[in-house]
Design a binder for this molecule. Sequence first.
Ligand code: SF4
Length: 230
Amino acid sequence: MNLKAARDSFPAIYEGIKSQAPPHHFEFHDPFWVLITTIMSHRTKDEVTDVAARNLHNRYIDAKGLSQAKYDDVLSLISRVGFSTVKAKRVIDAARIIMEDYGGKVPETIEELTVIPGVGRKTANVVLADALGKPAIAVDTHVHRISNRLGWSRTKNPDDTEEDLKKIIPQEYWVGFNPMLVEFGKKICKPIGPRCGECSISAYCRFFSDSQKKRGIKPRDKPGKKPLKS
Ligand code: SF4
């Protein structure tokens, strides 16, 4: 897909995805708790992450409280999240760094955020976009996979996909883009066995078009395209 075609079709694709996958939003909107929740969310179901974040918030309230927490206590509160032994240390360390280096306020640049152990570009971009309302696109495994299937990108890693998406997607769509695609990736464009037959944007999808061609089936017309006169 060339850049102009990708840009032109983006609003229709966005609406199609939105109609099938209203985004899941974690409970907290405060930047510190968005950061802590996102650190814990990797390889963990949303409902488990939500409970763990609520447990921590109830016990420690803020960065100051969590920075003084005991490891074993934190571990017992988040024990159901994936890699909980690592993440218990990471959330305490993140709180300590925010207290000691930033006076308790979550930093607002990707360079500062990614210095915190356990915070990569994806987590930093979630904080920037979803908690601070800054233009950023968080590319996790769902966003990376869907972008490559659709034809927005042809990349091996999420950082390169992020660069491609920034060229295609108008900035006003960046905030909220990640949660929407994550939900779409869980419900429709699954890692294994994507549900193309019920996908609202299959007419725009390179993966779907290629698989149809391999089976000798004519690609679907995009919505709004006038039929050829016979
Ligand atoms: S058509 Fe299939 S591969 Fe393409 S976006 Fe939809 S579910 Fe994903």
